[in-house]
Design a protein around this ligand. Structure first.
Ligand SMILES: [Zn+2]
Length: 256
C-alpha cells in the first residue's frame, strides 16, 4: 500500500473521530445526533466549518472557544488522532474492503463506549448490540463463523455469570447488562479462544488502574469503577497484537 493511502486513511479516520466526539457528547445526554450543528457547550456559539477540522482547528484555536475563550477538552483532538491512527492500522492490516469496515466499526464502537462509560457509567446498547452482529458477520465472511459464535457466547456468558453470582454474593450490581453486551461484541470480533486473553488483559489493566485510582484518590471500594474502558482496551489490544498472541499460544503448546 502506498503512502498517500495512509494519509487519506488518517484524514478519513480523524473526520470519523470528530463524529465519534459528537456521539460521546450527545448519546448519554439523549440529544439528537444530526441536529443541531455542533456548538460550544459553554456559550452555545455555533462552531463554523473551519473551526471543526479535526486536530488542525484545535491547534489553530489554541484549544479555546472563539466565542467565550473557554478551554476545549483535549479529549477532542486526542480522539480524532486516535481514530485516525487506528484507521491507518486497519488499512495496513486488512487493506480496502469489507474487513476494513467491520474492524473500523469495532475500533470506533470501543472508543465511543470507553469514553461514555468512563464519564457516565453506562454503555450504549445501540453501539454494542449491532456490534455483536457485525462481529459474527466479520467472522463468517472470513470462514470463522463458529469461532465468532463461541467467542460471543463465552464472553457474554462469562460476564453474565459474574453479574448473576456477584449480584447474589454482594447484593448489588457488580456488572451491568451493558458489560455483558460489550463482552459479547468483543467475543464475536476476536473469536474463541482470543476472547480469553481479551478478558484477561481487560481485568488485569482494570485491577491495576483500579487499585491506583482508589489509593491515589482515597476513595473507598464502594465507588463504582466502570469496567467497559478496560474490556475495550483488552479487546482492541487482542485485535492489534493477534499475530503475537497466536505465536504465544503456539509456544504454550496450544495449536489453534
Ligand atoms: Zn464558547
Amino acid at each position: 500500500m502506498h503512502f498517500p493511502y495512509y494519509i487519506f486513511a488518517f484524514a478519513f479516520g480523524s473526520a470519523v473521530g470528530s463524529f465519534l466526539n459528537v456521539l460521546i457528547y450527545r448519546l448519554p445526554r439523549q440529544l439528537s445526533i444530526v441536529a443541531p450543528h455542533s456548538f460550544c457547550p459553554k456559550c452555545r456559539k455555533a462552531i463554523r466549518w473551519y473551526e471543526n477540522i479535526p486536530i488542525i482547528s484545535f491547534i489553530g484555536l489554541r484549544g479555546k472557544c472563539s466565542g467565550c475563550s473557554s478551554r476545549i477538552s483535549l479529549r477532542y483532538p486526542v480522539i480524532e488522532a486516535l481514530t485516525g491512527l487506528l484507521f491507518v492500522y486497519t488499512l495496513s492490516r486488512f487493506g480496502f474492503g469489507i474487513n476494513f469496515l467491520f474492524i473500523a466499526y469495532f475500533f470506533c464502537g470501543l472508543i465511543v463506549i470507553t469514553f461514555i462509560d468512563f464519564s457516565f457509567q453506562v454503555i450504549p446498547d445501540m453501539i454494542s448490540i449491532p456490534g455483536i452482529f457485525f462481529g459474527i458477520a466479520f467472522q463468517a465472511i472470513n470462514g470463522n463463523f463458529f469461532a465468532g459464535l463461541f467467542g460471543m457466547l463465552f464472553g457474554g456468558g462469562l460476564i453474565l455469570f459474574i453479574r448473576v453470582i456477584g449480584g447474589k454474593v454482594y447484593k448489588k450490581e457488580v456488572m451491568g447488562l451493558g458489560d455483558v453486551y460489550l463482552t459479547a461484541m468483543i467475543g464475536a470480533f476476536v473469536g474463541f479462544p482470543f476472547i480469553l486473553p481479551a478478558i484477561f488483559l481487560g481485568a488485569l489493566i482494570g485491577a491495576i488502574l483500579g487499585i491506583l485510582y482508589i489509593t491515589s484518590t482515597h476513595q473507598n471500594r464502594e465507588s463504582p469503577i466502570p469496567f467497559g474502558p478496560f474490556l475495550s482496551l483488552g479487546g482492541a489490544s487482542v485485535v492489534i497484537f493477534e499475530p503475537y498472541i497466536y505465536k504465544l499460544f503456539t509456544l504454550l503448546g496450544i495449536y489453534l
